[in-house]
Design a protein around this ligand. Structure first.
Ligand code: 13P
Ligand code: 13P
Ligand code: MG
Ligand code: MG
Ligand code: MG
Ligand code: MG
Length: 381
């Protein structure tokens, strides 16, 4: 059976501040999603949360970008927003950027990851869900899962994966995408996806037959709204086993934390901490950034799960290490590189302060520098 797995997520109100969701809001979202199942729009649904974000995981047969499915998720978030407003939760309706639904949630605030496939004899999938970060957080682990044999032994020892995988990479500013084949074009791929502020991995396909292995949400909220509206807090779907990385190979990159953007006011770098569902409640300096892994076996379109995959003491070291890194970075307060550079910050007073003090900048006889990559002129002209 050909099925579509859609994960649509939004922050519709934080309890308290931006730390977590409120059960009444989550229950309302679940109620609307479940009603969509009764009406036959979807085959099954599972609602998961990470920090102040809610994701609706859905299986159905309408393909990707399907209006009834996107409308169902939209209606669930609108209904949840009403509850959040009633409770005066923080940022009620935060990621709902439009008043009216028009065919598809893309560009309207919620993040979307979707893929269509023929359900295998056994179909293990993992939905990763992160808070206080951005879609570029998936670049490093996707590279390790699908292109690094030091992480994924299967790339070397499993004949069904030995031809490697193709990455679809999107430039978030132009909206254009490029497909790069690994291992042949690995170094070209890394030139792009190492530049996390601009390029994000959108999907991964198996070279031998073009089968999809991963799909990520790539929506950049601040670019949609033209102003700070919180971080994108992304989702990622990965299929595992039988021609794809094993579940343990998919989870392995999270065994050692790395730094991502999006902590405090969307304007700081912090370690991504893999946590169990109940620990996905970022409070320290509104973080550090969290990621959960919800495992499902799909059976005739039904979602068997979720299994809380980071609820494993083997990830304790990563959590401990992330706390050490958080301490180290916090030492640096408002100073870069803990605080993001001005172009990357989600909000900044720099233009206002510059405007106020511009007449006090005096020529001291130093040569004028060229802004890197942007032709003539000063960086903050
Ligand atoms: P089991 O024998 O526990 O099924 O392990 C299979 C395997 O290869 C896991 O990577
Ligand atoms: P959220 O995108 O999770 O709402 O984060 C907002 C923020 O900047 C918290 O400090
Ligand atoms: Mg929020
Ligand atoms: Mg959030
Ligand atoms: Mg957010
Ligand atoms: Mg087994």
């Amino acid at each position: 059976m050909k099925i579509t797995l859609s994960v649509i997520k939004a922050d519709i109100g934080g309890f308290v501040g931006h730390s977590t969701t409120h059960p009444e809001v989550v229950n309302k979202v679940k109620e609307v999603a479940e009603a969509g199942k009764e009406k036959g729009i979807i085959l099954d649904t599972s609602v998961i949360t990470c920090g102040d974000d809610i994701a609706i995981v859905m299986t159905h047969t309408h393909g990707i970008d399907a209006e009834p499915v996107h409308k169902l998720a939209w209606d669930a978030f609108i209904a949840g927003t009403e509850v959040a407003k009633k409770l005066k939760l923080y940022g009620a309706g935060q990621d709902i950027l439009s008043d009216a639904f028009s065919g598809n949630v893309k560009g309207m605030g919620p993040g979307v990851a979707e893929m269509e496939f023929e359900e295998r004899k056994s179909e293990p999938v993992i939905v990763f869900f992160a808070d206080k970060t951005a879609p570029s957080a998936w670049n490093l682990p996707l590279y390790e899962m699908f292109a690094d044999p030091m992480n994924t032994a299967g790339l070397v020892i499993d004949p069904s994966m030995h031809d490697g995988f193709t990455f679809e990479v999107m430039d978030v500013y132009s909206g254009k995408a490029i497909r790069l084949k690994t291992p042949a074009e690995l170094y070209d791929l890394l030139v792009f996806i190492g530049a996390t502020s601009r390029y994000v991995v959108r999907a991964v396909y198996r070279n031998s037959d073009g089968e999809i292995g991963a799909a990520a949400s790539t929506q950049k909220l601040s670019l949609m709204a033209g102003r700070y509206v919180g971080k994108d807090d992304p989702v990622l779907i990965v299929r595992a086993q039988s021609g794809f990385p094993a579940v343990g190979e998919v989870l392995e990159p999270f065994g050692r934390p790395w730094l991502v953007e999006g902590w405090m006011r969307g304007s700081h770098t912090g370690p991504l901490m893999p946590v169990s569902f109940k620990e996905a409640k970022p409070t320290r300096f509104d973080g550090p950034p969290r990621v959960i892994a919800a495992g499902y076996q799909i059976c005739e379109g039904k979602l068997i799960g979720p299994n809380d995959l980071f609820d494993d003491p083997a990830f304790d070291y990563a959590r401990e290490r992330a706390t050490q890194l958080a301490n180290f970075l916090r030492r640096q307060g408002i100073f870069e590189p803990h605080r993001l550079p001005p172009e990357e910050m989600e909000y900044t007073t720099l233009p206002k302060v510059l405007e106020k003090l511009k007449d006090r900048f005096k020529d001291i006889g130093e040569p004028k520098a060229k802004a890197p990559g942007s032709g003539e002129g000063e960086i903050h002209e």
